[in-house]
Design a protein around this ligand. Sequence first.
Ligand code: COA
Length: 293
Amino acid sequence: MNATQTAPQPSVLARQSFIEMSARERARSLLDPEGQRELLGPFDGMQSPWLPRQGIVPQSDDGVVVLRGRLDAREAVIAALEGRFQGGSIGEVCGAKICAALELALRDCEAGRPVLPVLLLETGGVRLQEANLGLAVIAEIQSAVVALRRHVPVVAVIAGMVGCFGGMSLVAGLCSHIVITRQARLGMNGPEVIEQEAGVEELDAADRRLVWSLIGGEQRVATGLADALVEDDAAQVREQVRGFALQAPAAARSTRVAAWRARIDALAAREDLGPGELRAAWKAPRQAQGDKA
Ligand code: COA
């Protein structure tokens, strides 16, 4: 796995916000300008059959943009989730689009024609209105990521503002590399869900400073659960994605089960862990094991 990195910061005025872009703009900004083509775009009308039955207006791309093209002249495919549509949640159709894109890339990789996959994850996880179908397709996406990462690095970008939650946070965890911004959040359950299920004494979801100190991008990089912290800058995101995507496939984070177990064991006895202590405690076994994750 890669060394944890913090990229140099460009001046604020020189930046083009990546977070403010739509999913389509984000995907376009990452690929070489020439030869981009969208697969199953809005005019193909692949939309959710389930949302209208629940009184929700569907979107004609079901909230996922799949773009084929090149990354530094290498074949690539990007699946970008639109956080502004149903919180980027995964339903049957959009999930199948991601899965099919990854499986086609896998087929090419197996035939000796590498295709670099990049996932732009902006998602509240399974779409609550399509629960079981969403769960099933997320499992298929996870399988495709695991199969693909043997051939090529699978890069995930979590930019914000939604973040990455639920089954899709597991997808992120399976990827070869995670690029994240300070504004992003990464976690299994969203803060509101934790507060609702475990009570406000467990987590006050309205306390933004606390939430970000626990699951924000900076903390995730500091504790080895993401690989590169980038500014909200399209050029910097692209540079970092390119850096990771063009590397040879490395051992994925999720394969190092013994190292993670050792870290969890070292922390299990402690009840006083705040975000700062967690960073310090997390670093100790990492240094002892020479593990750079
Ligand atoms: N399914 C359907 N819609 C979802 C969704 C999901 N899984 N996650 C988010 N959304 C929708 C919200 O209902 C909201 O819709 P609205 O604008 O029509 O009201 C929109 O996405 C934005 O969500 P909101 O909660 O207003 O934004 P936020 O920035 O405050 O919080 C999350 C974003 C993702 C942190 C929060 O929505 C959340 O905690 N979601 C659940 C995440 C989770 O725990 N998933 C795991 C379930 S196992």
